[in-house]
Design a protein around this ligand. Structure first.
Ligand SMILES: [Fe+2]
Ligand SMILES: [Fe+2]
Length: 321
């Protein structure tokens, strides 16, 4: 790829309407409380985490025994190959978190402009700092562990669509609800599986912040969706459906496919291992259950975004009974 093409692939163009709020009247107590909590719970990525420890030496970064339990390929690997898988798959996964954090930083900074009320703007300003810190700590960790893998095309595509939209409601739905919902579920799973104290500390700190971000999205959308016109609501419903459909890994066309590159890099058949993992890994099944049936779908239902119009499609995919 030439430099010009690379730059084009990185660039996202959009138009944003910036709103001032000259009322200076507190409007939402829930957001003011969240803003206070955000100010109180700031932490410094350089000092809160002990970076002097060697990464991945005190315990597995990702417990691959658990993560790939049930798959056919994993039981055939030697001990050295298993260690190699642990480092590379962890680096790939954490790289996606890193790119997602950068996406969250970009979206949070956009949100300060179009979101109507001052308490929302103030809260959004704290999310900008939070996400900056998340980029910092994930970048530091991944570089210490191995290397930064490229952004997954599905992740990049979703974030670009969120960035390019002029609707602040779509930014909140796409980032705070769906992508951060996915991130929290993945961070929690990784936190339970890791034996590495540096990663455990990092995830504990990041998770504290992420909980607030999801609440921000939920509080703001819960108020705005009932007041929305039908075409805008339908647009949000369609985006949520499309994102869930793409992220729900269930065949060779869905899920974050760029992991195949890690398997190919090791000289193995990326397509076959991808299929083996989504079909047989108990962790993948448990993760999908947790993410979709326990977190995302109930949240979308509470927000009124699974209307009778889109409900049949959720059933077809297998995300609703
Ligand atoms: Fe974050
Ligand atoms: Fe976040």
């Amino acid at each position: 790829m030439t430099t010009a093409q690379t730059t084009a692939a990185r660039r996202v163009s959009y138009q944003l309407h910036t709103l001032w709020d000259f009322d200076y009247e507190p409007t939402h107590q829930d957001l003011l409380t969240l803003y206070e909590t955000a100010k109180k719970n700031q932490w410094n990525g350089s000092t809160a985490i002990d970076w002097s420890r060697p990464v991945g030496k005190e315990g597995p970064v990702l417990n691959v025994q658990t993560a790939f339990q049930g798959t056919q390929f994993f039981s055939r690997l030697t001990e050295e190959e298993q260690k190699e898988v642990e480092i590379r798959v962890s680096a790939w996964r954490l790289s996606q978190f890193l790119h997602g954090e950068q996406g969250a930083l970009l979206v949070a900074s956009q949100l300060v402009n179009p979101i109507p009320e001052l308490d929302s703007k103030l809260y959004a300003s704290t999310q900008v700092v939070d996400e900056g810190r998340h980029v910092e700590v994930f970048e530091r960790y991944v570089k210490k562990l191995h290397k930064i893998y490229p952004v997954d095309p599905l992740l990049k595509g979703l974030i670009d669509e969120i960035l390019a939209s002029e609707l602040w409601e779509l930014k909140l739905l796409g980032m705070q609800m769906l992508i951060e919902g996915l991130a929290i579920a993945a961070f929690n799973l990784m936190r339970r599986q890791t034996g590495d104290p540096t990663l455990a500390d990092l995830l504990d700190y990041v998770l504290q912040d992420e909980g607030r971000h999801v609440n921000f999205g939920y509080f703001a959308l819960r108020r705005s969706i009932p007041l929305m016109g039908d075409p805008t609501r339908a647009f949000l419903e369609d985006f949520a459906l499309k994102a869930c459909d793409a992220m729900y890994a269930r065949d060779e066309h869905t899920g974050f496919q760029s992991i195949k590159g890690v398997w190919n890099e090791m000289g193995w058949d990326g397509e076959a291992i991808f299929r083996d993992t989504i079909t047989n890994s108990q962790t993948v099944k448990a993760f999908n259950r947790l993410l979709f049936t326990e977190v995302l779908i109930p949240r979308l239902q509470r927000l009124g975004l699974i209307s009778p119009r889109v409900e049949p499609r959720y059933r077809e995919i297998g995300l609703l009974d």
